[in-house]
Ligand binder design. Sequence first.
Ligand SMILES: C[S@@+](CC[C@H](N)C(=O)[O-])C[C@H]1O[C@@H](n2cnc3c(N)ncnc32)[C@H](O)[C@@H]1O
Length: 321
Amino acid sequence: MSHVPVLLNEVLAALAPKAGETYADCTAGLGGHACAVAKRMGHGTIVLNDVDPANLERAAGAVRGAWKTDQGPEGPGTHGLEAHATVVVRGNFAELPHVLRERGICANMILADLGFASNQIEDASRGFSFQRDGPLDMRLDPTLPMHAGHLVNSAPEAELVRILTEYGEESGARRIARKLVDVRSMKPIATTSELAGAVHAALGFSGGPIDPATRTFQAIRIAVNDELGSLEGLLGLVEQACGELAAGRATWLAKGARVAIISFHSLEDRLVKQAFGRIGKQYAKQGAKEVTKHPVTASEAELGWNPRARSAKLRCVRVCG
Ligand SMILES: C[S@@+](CC[C@H](N)C(=O)[O-])C[C@H]1O[C@@H](n2cnc3c(N)ncnc32)[C@H](O)[C@@H]1O
């Protein structure tokens, strides 16, 4: 399956890119959203950020290609090279606002399309999927010191229960954690199929439409990558920037910047909903506004060809100014 940007038209409608603006893509991935924004802007600045260096490189290549094929008012390339800036930043998006501030970049649009890209889940060596046997890794950032194998084989049983309950909303968390501790006491759990097998054994699963290992894999992935912590970090800095704008100070977000986030499960969506709700209320007098009052979900047409869009929810807020 190739990567198709989720909710693309909806993202473009929410961000409403204008020529000459600066777009910061927190999760560049394969560059799908970024290329579409680049084309819509015609000229401007694109900041690409990702924790995965391989994806970041692919996104940067794709965006540079999109700029090259972009046509200015007098034909191809007439916007001039200096008008097509691509800035590449490898790292966690919770750090991106600091990088933008240090470099004096002020963003008009921010997008975070959370989670993993199709090429990451399809690569068995990354260990994200129980449908492909591979090493138990699950790191989006390959430089992280702890991978899923470390976590599953060393976390105390109570911590495993917490992770499975909080991040996987798994009602059988206790049974699974007990089984993992039993299995690892004989031999470390080293592969995705060993982990899935332990979950199946713990829950007595022998087939059915939804594999219960889905919830365990989600939970372990969220824990390994501290996905909720990163999101909270980014949202906190967006709220802080709103405070700065309301006080008339310049920051890494431009006045009237649009911040859009696509989430894939309720834990993420709740954080986004609460933060954007607070911004919309607290800074209403200074012009802040929730662009999406309710989360935007995929159209029937997109659901037909993009299975990943099933659980996607887009929210967007316009900051003060
Ligand atoms: C769903 S994909 C993004 C796809 C992208 N919007 C596109 O159109 O091609 C998610 C990407 O975000 C990256 N990612 C996930 N969490 C991140 C974080 N906290 N900081 C930076 N990048 C992250 C992943 O490595 C992955 O490449």
